[in-house]
Design a protein around this ligand. Structure first.
Ligand SMILES: C[S@@+](CC[C@H](N)C(=O)[O-])C[C@H]1O[C@@H](n2cnc3c(N)ncnc32)[C@H](O)[C@@H]1O
Length: 312
């Protein structure tokens, strides 16, 4: 087992614990187990009657974290499935708090065999679960340049997305073997030849845009959050940490549908639904950001935003 620090440092840990309002007999779900940093801290605060349900679609995360959390075995149930399955795995009105720490773990990025790195000879992969069907390579080989361009601008707000998409598809057509990080990098450098450009920053966005499609990240988030509202008890808390604007927007938009009293179509002049449909309220008006101290210790935290909702 690798040491805990090298797998993933939990982000906004104290803030997550505070807003989950953990009590010893409570029942919680960590939908993004990863290295188990948040789960460990939640489990430490539970008594013998408390329970924790841990989800991750990555079998490596489940294996690693289940060893790390072995001391809390009696309290924890592991769910090695995508978090879109939350509502199928957990009863309605069952949970006192649910945590999402979205995106990928440091381990997934750092382990070159996972195919998330910008360097090396490992084929581009980007699957959170390598047993799932389509890797980034497979996905890139079947998409058109027009659709790839849309993915770049919608998922990562990339400049020159059209040129980038066309050159990348042209390049891929010439590759009969695996697509390697240097293939992507050479295309990015050809589209952004200015040496002063932050090529790694652009590569990060290119990878993010492709990764979001390969793992169907936005539809996963939307489906799971809808299920989370149903799985929460009245008075329960939903804590969501996102890492970029597209992810954060998806969280805000999905949740806003549950913050409205009236669900009538906009064109109706008078409310006919009874106006009592509101299920959530924001617990904090603005998202909570990591402190400068946390960012200095863990640069991965720099783009994190934590939102909190309460079921009413
Ligand atoms: C940022 S890491 C979580 C780190 C964790 N909070 C910790 O303290 O170690 C995100 C984790 O969520 C998992 N994940 C992302 N999307 C998922 C999904 N749709 N279903 C299940 N797990 C998912 C990833 O595999 C990854 O392990």
């Amino acid at each position: 087992m690798k040491n805990n620090r090298s797998y993933h440092d939990p982000v906004l840990l104290q803030e997550s614990l505070k807003y989950l309002s953990i009590f010893p007999e409570g029942v919680y779900a960590d939908c993004t187990l990863g290295g188990g940093g948040h789960s460990f801290a939640i489990a430490e605060r539970l008594g013998p009657q408390g329970r924790l349900h841990c989800f991750d679609r990555d079998p490596e995360a489940i294996e690693y974290a289940s060893q790390r959390l072995a001391a809390f075995k009696a309290l924890i149930t592991f769910h090695p499935v995508p978090f879109s399955e939350l509502e199928n795995e957990i009863e309605a009105s069952f949970l006192d708090g649910i945590l999402y720490d979205l995106g990928i773990s440091s381990h997934q990025v750092d382990d070159s065999a996972r195919g998330f790195t910008f360097t090396g000879d490992q084929p581009l992969d980007l699957r959170m679960n390598q047993r799932e069907d389509t890797s980034a390579q497979g996905w890139l080989r079947q998409i058109s340049a027009e659709d790839l361009s849309k993915v770049f601008s919608l998922n990562a707000d990339l400049e020159r997305s059209n040129r980038l998409a066309f050159r990348l598809i042209e390049k891929i057509a010439t590759i009969s073997e695996d697509i390697l990080p240097r293939d992507i990098k050479s295309v990015v450098e050809s589209v952004f030849p200015d040496k002063r450009r932050d090529i790694n920053g652009i590569l990060a966005r290119v990878y993010q845009a492709i990764r979001m499609e390969v793992n169907e990240e936005l539809s996963q988030i939307e489906k799971s959050l809808r299920g989370a509202v149903s799985c929460l008890k009245t008075g329960g808390y939903l804590v969501v940490i996102s890492y970029h604007s597209v992810e954060d927007r998806c969280v805000k938009n999905t949740m806003s549908a549950f913050e409205k009293d009236c669900i009538c179509p906009e064109k109706l002049p008078v409310c006919q639904c009874g106006g009592k449909h509101r299920l959530l309220k924001k617990e904090v008006r603005k998202p909570i950001l990591p402190s400068a101290t946390e960012i200095a210790k863990n640069p991965r935290a720099r783009s994190a935003k934590l939102r909190v909702y309460k079921k009413i």
